[in-house]
Design a binder for this molecule. Structure first.
Ligand code: MN3
Ligand code: MN3
Length: 326
């Protein structure tokens, strides 16, 4: 049926203040990869052995694929099910930033890796079994019109707040050892975005759940936990593939269970795993500032929903270096 008229977005009449607050937060923290002088990390990079270089490169290959999924199928799918025009505007911002994230790994590769190595990394990310499993599983949910939109939000939050963290572990580990600091700067900026994305989309999920019957809510929860188990099972295998050679696998698994709990919290649910922040390698935990959280930001906006207490970088931690700065 053809439209008879089209409605202009009015930012002077905002029905959900979380939309406005999130728009302001995200636009205030806008950044671009090209501002970070990654070449300053070349000395650190040359000191790494082949096994550790392999881990860094392939971790970023994996993250490139997941951010590609988010920037394409992911946010396109979420925009099919909005409650307000302002939500569409926020999702447009998120979609563009996912493209910035995906591109920023290429900025890292072009500095640290040879053309031949870059070719191999992309071949790997386009074919690695467990990486492809999660990307394809989630992309197929996004692309299927018959899938409940709330399930697409669950998939999105699981990607944002859980599945990225097997990759984020590596740059945070090096940051804790004062190595690859400019690479880590990019990752900190990505993490700061992801924590807002996960909280916002988790909130929109909770709003949607509110409209369901008790039975429908229980079915949705059952599906969510089953899906988390399925993804965790695959993530264990992916983590072994990436980290067994350097011996970090157990530490990374603790970190991803901790983040799986945070994903559930973003969705308004109880944690599943016993792991807490005190179980995570403190060197890696230091990479994520625990002094501030988005909870403070979102709770100022105040409405009845339980918003995940997700750690975020403090604005003062964020210093975009001038390219000429030494
Ligand atoms: Mn991203
Ligand atoms: Mn994101």
């Amino acid at each position: 049926m053809a439209l008879k008229k089209y409605k202009a977005i009015n930012w002077n009449e905002v029905s959900d203040m979380i939309d406005k607050a999130t728009w302001e937060k995200l636009t205030e923290q806008f950044w671009l990869d090209t501002r970070i002088p990654v070449s300053n990390d070349m000395d650190d990079w040359r000191k790494l052995d082949d096994d550790h270089r392999w881990v860094v490169s392939h971790v970023f290959g994996g993250l490139t694929l997941l951010d590609t999924v988010q920037s394409e199928a992911g946010l396109t799918a979420l925009k099919e099910d909005v409650k307000t025009p302002h939500e569409t505007a926020v999702l447009n911002n998120i979609q563009f930033m996912e493209s910035v994230h995906a591109k920023s790994y290429s900025t890292i590769f072009s500095t640290l890796n040879s053309a031949e190595e870059i070719h191999e990394i992309f071949h790997w990310s386009d074919s690695e079994e467990f990486l492809q499993n999660k990307a394809v599983r989630i992309a197929n949910l996004y692309l299927d019109d018959s899938v409940n939109p709330l399930k697409k939000k669950i998939a999105n939050v699981f990607l944002e707040t859980f599945l990225f963290y097997s990759g984020f572990y590596t740059p945070l580990y090096y940051l804790g050892h004062n190595q690859l600091n400019n690479v880590a700067e990019i990752i900190k900026l990505i993490l700061r975005d992801e924590s807002v994305h996960g909280t916002y989309i988790g909130y929109k999920f909770q709003v949607g759940m509110h409209d369901l019957t008790e039975k429908q809510q229980q079915d949705m929860k059952d599906w969510m936990y089953d899906f988390l188990y399925e993804l965790y099972d695959n993530e264990e295998k992916y983590t072994h593939t990436l980290y067994d050679t350097v011996g970090w696998t157990d530490d990374v698994l603790t970190f991803i269970r901790y983040n799986a709990n945070k994903a559930l919290m973003n969705l308004g649910q109880e944690p599943l795993f016993p792991d807490t922040s005190s179980d995570v390698n403190p060197v890696v935990m230091n990479g994520i500032s625990t002094t501030t959280s988005n909870h403070d930001f979102f709770s100022q906006v105040g409405n009845g929903y339980r918003l995940g207490a997700v750690e975020a970088m403090h604005d003062n931690d964020y210093h975009v270096k001038d390219p000429n700065e030494k």
